[in-house]
Every structure is written in structure tokens, then in C-alpha cells.
Design a protein around this ligand. Structure first.
Ligand code: NDP
Length: 419
């Protein structure tokens, strides 16, 4: 029995909320609060009569800490699930601390305004010290560790699929399959087709910022950065087939490098079709991916935000998307003195997700682990004061819940490796 405040009501949040409502024994009351309250009301109307979970809705601007504090005081939740955007992570963490409430999110902090001089100063220093230039990193949220410890509160960061499930796979492999993990390749394959020439599967602004940035990987104790999309491999994915994939920087590499002892290399690859890449390159070349405001006919506009307004939203892709995703981790290492390899992965079908919750698989594969992370915290399985990522908790109950809540996984011995 618990009360949860969910912030955000977009593609991922609406899946997480529907999955919470499948477990009213854990999620007895939910308050859905977002910038656009009508979306919360529409989801509440869709769910009412189909779940024993009691649902209420509220409007909130999660960039405003005072509004958040007032809302949390009014709702009195046991947990705040932040499924808005990475831009809001710090204001929501601050509000949770002020109100004495546990916190969870699905993506690490990234500023909306990358021209802010105070942020830029820290960013420039981090680029030099760490050697990767992504706009998002864990340092901002790890800096809250002591405050959460002192308040006796838990913050669970990044419980989506990647980050999230991929780290549970790593912790489970470390616990059950290997004495030492030497390399981890995280492969994120979306074999889905939505029929549009160009669209992104989750928030377009966040997605395009991520994939147009330089790639990087962790090797022998430091970051190696490469130009965007400059390392390409092919892989034959179970139930999807042969796909081109490209090395990207990804946030879970940063925490896994700290938390998997002795790991020598961690890489992240994501599949992209040629049409997606051609569109993205063209948009980048004409400045449409820029996050810096430009003057247009007397108005200030941010090109990537204008582009987002022109692209199909992720939600309506649901009914159109056919095919499967295959996301997992390939490990090499040693067990009982012998070299060993293993691949842990999930295959998820876009249309099956749509039939269950009215969303395509990208929102589904993120929303389900957000619900499972919350379930782990609310049932007392994952609570320790401080700020943690998924691989820092016992993976077993989370991995069990993946199997029963819609994202079953499998282990393949001796998989094809990525060179
Ligand atoms: P959407 O754009 O579909 O939804 C975002 C939601 O947040 C919307 O309801 C939006 O409101 C709300 N929101 C935005 N700004 C504010 C604000 N200032 N105050 C209150 N509400 C706000 O995004 P997604 O659902 O695709 O993504 C949600 C999160 O999941 C993101 O952080 C994304 O990075 C993360 N993600 C994580 C993945 C993983 O595997 N770990 C994979 C995919 C996504 P409005 O309706 O008004 O726009």
C-alpha cells in the first residue's frame, strides 16, 4: 500500500502509470502531475474502472521548485517518480529533499540551456578532466549523495531500459555468471518501422541531442571520444536480423565503469537505418539541431525545439510501428579460471506493446522498468539512503519482475562478439 506522485505524462510516463495500475497492491494511490494537466486527466479517464489504484491529477511546472514543494506537501507521497525530462531532475531532487520523500528517474541530468555560464564552467572543467563532452553526466546528481544519505532518503537514478535494465543485466552477470567481467558491449537495436521518413521514438529533442553528439567509450580506465557516428558495426539480432549499429556515448557507461570492478572496456551501440541518418545529417548541416536560440522575424526560437514541433510526437507512432526491439549486453570475462562469454537480452514486439498499453516498444521498454524500480523501492527491496544507479542494488528481484511484468530476458552462451 503506497502513494506515488508521478511527474510527467508523456510516452514513457503513460506506460509506467498503466503498469503501476496493474499492481494496485503496491501502487494503491497515484497522483499524475504534469505541465499539461489535460493529458493527465485523459489517462485517468482511460484507466478508471479498470484498476483498483486510486488516481488523482494535478498541474505542475517541474522547473519551479516551489511549485513542486507545494504539490508534494499536498499529495504526501511515499515516492516521486520523475518521468518528465532530464532538465527537471535537479529541481525535483531538491523538492524531494525539502519534503523528505524518496526519488526515482529514468535519465540523468542535462541542462535545457547549455549557454548558461555557471553550468558551462563546470561542464568545460568536466570535459577536460573526464575526457567526454556529452551534455549529460552523473556528476550533478551524484553531488546529492550526502544530502540524501543525511536525510535517510533513497534516490534511484536511471531506471529505464538503457540506462536501467542494462545495468541490472550487468549486476546479474557479475553475481551469477562471472568472477570477473572484462568487457561489456551494450547493444540497443530497434527493428521497428513506423512508416514515416523521419521520426524519433522518444522525446525528439532529447533523442537528437543524444545521437548527434560525439561517441565515446570506456577503455583501460579512461574515456576515448570519437566523432559522432564514426564507429559502425553490423550485428545479426535474434528475431530482428542484420542491422547497422553505431557507437554512441551513453550514460550508464559512466556508472558501470565505477561499479563493475576490473572492467576493461564498456561500449554502447545503437542501430540506425540509413534514412534516419541521412535526415539527421541534413538537419544538422542546416543548423536545425542547434540548441542555441536564433532570431527569426523578431522572435527568439531554438531550432531543435522548432524541429520537435514539426516532427511526429512519439505517442502517435504506437499504432503504426511494426517489428521488434532487441536490447541487451554482451559480456566477456572469466568464471572459475576459464574464459567465458554471455549475452543477456530482451526482445519486445511493438504491436504487442500497443495492444497492451497503447504505446510502441520504446516507451514500453522504458516505462515498465520505471514501474519496477518504484516497486523495488516501495516494497522495501531497494532502499538505502543515498543516490544510486540500478547496478548498485541486488539485481535478483528486479530481474524476476522483468520476467513477470512484460520484459522477459534470456541468456545466450557463446554469442557472436562485436569486434
Ligand atoms: P515526452 O516528451 O513524451 O514526455 C515528457 C513529459 O514531461 C510530458 O508529459 C511533458 O509535459 C512533461 N514535462 C516536460 N517539461 C515539464 C515541466 N517543466 N513540468 C512538468 N512536466 C513537464 O518524453 P518521454 O516520455 O519520451 O521521455 C520521458 C523521460 O524518459 C525522459 O527523461 C527521457 O530522457 C527518458 N527516457 C529514458 C529511456 C531509458 O531507457 N532510460 C529511454 C527513453 C526515454 P507536456 O505534455 O506539457 O509536454
Amino acid at each position: 500500500m503506497s502513494k506515488v506522485l508521478v511527474i510527467g505524462c508523456g510516452g514513457v510516463a503513460s506506460v509506467a502509470i498503466q503498469k503501476c495500475c496493474q499492481h494496485p497492491d503496491v501502487f494503491s494511490e497515484l497522483c499524475i502531475a504534469s505541465r499539461t494537466k489535460s493529458k493527465c486527466d485523459a489517462l485517468k479517464a482511460k484507466l478508471e474502472g479498470k484498476t483498483a489504484t486510486k488516481i488523482t491529477t494535478e498541474q505542475v511546472d517541474a522547473d519551479d521548485k516551489d511549485q513542486l514543494v507545494a504539490l508534494i506537501k499536498k499529495v504526501q507521497p511515499d515516492l516521486v517518480m520523475n518521468i518528465a525530462l532530464p532538465y527537471q531532475d535537479l529541481t525535483i531532487m531538491d523538492a524531494c529533499l525539502e519534503c523528505g520523500v524518496n526519488y526515482l528517474d529514468t535519465a540523468n541530468y542535462e541542462p535545457e540551456d547549455i549557454t548558461d555560464p555557471a553550468w558551462r564552467e563546470v561542464y568545460d572543467r568536466r570535459c577536460k578532466e573526464e575526457g567526454f563532452s556529452a551534455y549529460f553526466d552523473y556528476s550533478w546528481q551524484w553531488a546529492y549523495k550526502k544530502k540524501f544519505e543525511e536525510a535517510g532518503l533513497t534516490a534511484l537514478l536511471g531506471t529505464g531500459f538503457d540506462p536501467g535494465v542494462t545495468q541490472a543485466y550487468c549486476a546479474w552477470a557479475q553475481k551469477h555468471l562471472f568472477d570477473e567481467i572484462h568487457t561489456i558491449d551494450i547493444l540497443d537495436c530497434n527493428g521497428g518501422d513506423h512508416g514515416y521518413p523521419f521520426a524519433t521514438n522518444f522525446n525528439p529533442e532529447i533523442n537528437l541531442r543524444e545521437v548527434s553528439a560525439p561517441g565515446s567509450y570506456w577503455e583501460n580506465g579512461h574515456w576515448v571520444e570519437i566523432p559522432a557516428m564514426s564507429i559502425k558495426r553490423e550485428y545479426n539480432f535474434d528475431q530482428v536480423g542484420e542491422k547497422d549499429m553505431y557507437l554512441l556515448h551513453h550514460e550508464e557507461i559512466e556508472s558501470l565503469a565505477k561499479n563493475i570492478p576490473g572492467v576493461q572496456r564498456i561500449r554502447f551501440f545503437m542501430t540506425f537505418g540509413q534514412s534516419y541518418l541521412t535526415h539527421m545529417k541534413c538537419l544538422e548541416n542546416v543548423g536545425m539541431l542547434s540548441t542555441e536560440p536564433v532570431e527569426f522575424e523578431g522572435h527568439q526560437i531554438v531550432p531543435i525545439q522548432f524541429l520537435k514541433a514539426r516532427l511526429p510526437a512519439p505517442a502517435p507512432l504506437g499504432p503504426r510501428t511494426v517489428g521488434k526491439t532487441n536490447i541487451g549486453c554482451i559480456f566477456t570475462g572469466v568464471k572459475d579460471g576459464k574464459e567465458k562469454t554471455a549475452y543477456i537480452y530482451n526482445v519486445c514486439d511493438h504491436q504487442e506493446c500497443y495492444r497492451e498499453v497503447g504505446s510502441q516498444a520504446i516507451s514500453y521498454t522504458t516505462g515498465v522498468p520505471a514501474m519496477i524500480g518504484a516497486m523495488m523501492m516501495l516494497t522495501g527491496k531497494w532502499t538505502k539512503p543515498g543516490v544510486y544507479t540500478v547496478e548498485e542494488f541486488d539485481p535478483d528481484p528486479y530481474m524476476d519482475a522483468l520476467n513477470t511484468c512484460g520484459l522477459p530476458w534470456q541468456v545466450q552462451d557463446d554469442p557472436a562478439l562485436v569486434d
